[in-house]
Design a protein around this ligand. Structure first.
Ligand code: BGC
Length: 771
């Protein structure tokens, strides 16, 4: 849809509809405050309060509510003061100084005509002062409860500064490790991202948005951002509608069903219409199909960027497109404030559309209780980084670390057998880097690093020798490697802290080569040659390609960016105080050229198998060939990833036995129980994440080779066993078919239970129509 181009409309000072609005508003107020209040015993519902207030607002005041301004330097009460007084601002973002926030609230409440309080937004992505693991790390916990508790702490800390709205969770399905923002995501799987996204929303919003310490959440980025071409940030996406609905939109639908207050549009372009102007997404799907009654904020300046995309000829057209599509609030731009009034006066936008968009914003303000309590007293709130917050941060970090390999039981390290340890690498003692991306308010002084936690844990009995060896993860100089190799040789074991710093992932920080940067692979080789057990602890914001070091080390703990308490969590795992229980929320490619590679792919008409593929080195030089393998694989990388989705080892040994299905045939609308025995066959107590996968064998559209449909964290003592049970309702198997309607189709399904997406215990059942 294009707005009809018209120019030269005079900036009218007098508008008949404003006079009408104010008079009408007064009448509505009088009517409501007498009649309704009498009837309802002085209590108006939120909807009545919204309509009452809306009826009194001028067009400019409405447009003000639709405008969010950057208050980044926190002197906003000065330079934004006049606009706040005039009701030209509905929300600010990026000021977390409580006095400044209170002063801005005071201006709008006491000095603006209608006294409408502000929404105060901030990116509280994985913690406020206390930092939790990056969201991708939190996803590796497969634990909605710890994710929820982390969000609760983040909300409580943020709320003490006057923040009442966070721009999280980020639930963009991410299948491309090159994309820097994969760090902020909950991984590649729609089911996992839905479960954990909902947990985060519940943690931020609590059961009562108006309670102290709860804040509004924002599911972002709607939609498809994770599919940016080549993993380059902000780039175009190409997602067919069926894929969009079955994969990318699923976590958003779950977020809406869970009552998320707001959504944020994506910067990206979806099939020719940037998300911020995409009425198919914002009107048809979000409002019509899902009945979303919250509001949508643009991304930073993404309304004005519609012009840069080439969709409009300037800000005026951009305002038109975004409003028409249903973007309630413009973040950090001035297209709305400068152009909506003119567009209404010209008759290009109607008042009903504006009223509708403003209603969503006012509703959120009432739900947050801002009209009753616009001000914040930090003394009423949780203190920063209290003991409880640090414990949650540590527990989340502990559960997020994934043991990728453990040859010869190199881990856990046995303290009594050690007299010296070499701790080597640029990320062993990097308090800021372990926090990861998007930590505006995180305090690196609170960080406990791996090195200090190891020293603390081993005490005086073990000599801990630290060699940084590289200034940063990107350093190319190998000069200090001699000292590192020397120290390694003289120690009983080596712990190498490798990876990438916080700056190498996050927004606009994509990489095309996702190997360990700099000379790290060479450092690994030099240390390995010292002949001692080598443990790699990798801190990173994405899956890195580890093919060039995976066989050079004995064990790998993948710790993501683990947050404030990452060090103690890692130390406890290294020395077996706890056993690792994290599982991969994303597939680890062997080489970057395999991307996109994800577990829930389609089967294709020529699926590869171990027998069908040929390796480039095995092509016979003397027998000319014209075809090789004839299946979906790479000659130089095969078809399997380095580590599959859901993978993660433990110090214990788990076995899955006896998969059972409660019925071999189930009617549409019924539930089937799938179970298996999980046995800890070792002498070590540990937690395992049991996973349920399903394949719909024949569909009206092709279906993934497997889809995660359930998971459970199970704690087992040595030699203990437990029946792990999953209830599978036939609705859980619904998908969007050719008609783009969500439904379950009858036919055969294969289920698998196991400790990763390789789940080998399998059974089949059939869904039939109900009688
Ligand atoms: C990001 C959003 C973020 C916003 C405000 C944008 O650049 O894409 O995710 O919430 O900035 O900081």
């Amino acid at each position: 849809m294009h707005y009809p181009l018209r120019r030269g409309i005079p900036d009218l000072k007098f508008r008949w509809f404003d006079v009408y609005t104010v008079l009408h508003g007064l009448m509505v107020m009088m009517f409501m405050s007498t009649t309704l209040a009498n009837e309802l015993g002085d209590t108006l519902t939120t909807e009545q309060r919204v309509s009452q207030l809306l009826a009194t607002m001028t067009l400019d005041e409405k447009i003000g509510q639709m405008s969010q301004r950057n208050a980044g330097d926190c002197h906003a009460s000065h330079h934004l003061g006049d606009d706040l007084r005039a009701g030209r601002i509905g929300s600010v973002l990026n000021c977390v100084d409580v006095d400044s926030v209170n002063e801005m609230q005071r201006i709008v409440v006491e000095e603006s005509r209608l006294g409408i309080p502000l929404l105060v937004g901030r990116d509280v992505i994985h913690g406020f002062k206390t930092v939790l693991p990056i969201p991708l790390g939190q996803a590796a916990t497969f634990n909605p409860e710890i994710v929820k508790r982390g969000a609760e702490v983040s909300a409580e800390e943020a709320a003490s500064t006057g923040v009442n709205w966070t721009f999280a969770p980020m639930i963009d399905i991410s299948r491309d490790a090159r994309w820097g923002r994969i760090a902020e995501s909950l991984g590649e799987d729609p089911y996992l991202a839905s479960q954990l996204g909902v947990a985060m929303i519940q943690g931020f919003q609590g059961s009562d948005l108006s309670a102290k310490g709860t804040i509004a959440a924002c599911a972002k980025h709607f939609a498809g951002y994770g599919a940016s071409e080549s993993g380059r940030d902000y780039d175009t996406t190409n997602i067919p509608e069926n894929e969009l609905r079955n994969v990318y939109l699923r976590p958003f639908k779950a977020a809406v069903e869970a009552g998320v207050t707001t959504l944020m549009t994506s910067f990206s372009d979806l099939d020719g219409i940037p998300a911020t102007a995409n009425d198919f997404l914002l009107r048809k799907i979000l409002r019509e199909e899902w009945q979303f009654d919250g509001f949508v904020v643009s991304d930073w300046d993404s309304v004005r960027q519609l012009h840069v995309h080439g969709l409009t000829d300037g800000d005026r057209g951009s305002a038109y497109e975004a409003v028409t599509a249903g973007v309630n609030m413009e973040m950090a731009g001035d297209a709305y404030i400068n152009h909506i009034a003119g567009l209404v006066e010209e008759g290009l936008l109607d008042l009903a559309t504006i009223d509708d968009l403003v209603t969503g914003i006012l509703r959120a303000k009432f739900q947050l209780g801002l009209f009753e309590n616009p001000y914040t007293n930090p003394a009423d709130h949780r203190a920063f980084a209290d003991q409880g917050a640090l414990e949650i941060s540590q527990q989340a970090a502990l559960e997020s670390v994934v043991l990728l390999k453990n040859d010869g039981d190199a881990l856990p390290l046995s303290l009594p057998d050690l007299s010296s340890i070499a701790v080597i690498g640029p990320l062993a003692d990097a308090p800021f880097e372990q926090l990861g991306t998007w930590i505006f308010d995180g305090d690196a002084d609170l960080s406990v690093t791996g090195l200090s936690a190891i020293r603390n844990l081993v005490g005086d009995n073990v000599d801990v020798r630290y060699v940084r060896a590289m200034e940063t993860s990107r350093s190319k100089s190998t000069e200090p490697f001699g000292e590192a190799a020397d120290v390694a040789e003289k120690s009983d074991a080596v712990i190498l802290f490798l990876g990438e710093e916080a700056i190498l992932s996050g927004e606009a920080h994509s990489r095309a080569d996702i190997n360990l940067p700099g000379a790290q692979a060479e450092l690994v080789r030099r240390v390995r040659d010292a002949g001692k057990p080598v443990i790699a602890v990798i801190l990173a914001g994405r899956p890195l390609t580890l093919s060039n070091i995976v066989n050079e080390v004995d064990a790998i703990l993948y710790a993501w960016h683990p947050g404030t308490m990452g060090g103690p969590a890692i130390a406890d795992l290294l020395f077996g105080i706890e056993s690792p229980s994290g599982k991969l929320p994303v597939t680890f490619p062997r080489v970057v050229g395999q991307i996109p590679i994800y577990y829930n792919h389609k089967n294709t008409g020529k699926p590869p198998s171990a027998d069908s593929i040929v390796h480039i080195d095995d092509i016979d030089a003397h027998a000319p060939q014209t075809s090789l393998g004839m299946s979906a694989f790479h000659l130089d990388a095969g078809f399997t990833p380095l580590f599959v989705f859901g993978h993660g080892l433990s110090y214990a040994q788990f076995e899955y036995r006896d998969i059972r299905i409660s019925a071999s045939q189930v009617s549409l609308g019924d539930t089937v129980t799938v179970s298996a025995e999980l046995v800890n066959v070792s002498d070590i107590a540990a937690t395992e994440v049991a996973q349920l996968y399903v394949r719909d064998l024949v569909g009206s559209v092709t279906r993934p080779v497997k889809e995660l449909k359930g998971f459970k964290r199970v704690r087992l003592e040595p030699h203990q066993s437990q029946t792990v049970e999953f209830q599978l309702h036939t609705d859980d198997l619904a998908f969007y078919g050719r008609d783009m309607k969500l439904k379950t189709e009858t036919g055969s399904f294969r289920v698998g239970i196991g400790g990763s997406s390789d789940a080998e215990l399998q059974q089949e059942f059939v869904i039939v129509v109900s009688d």
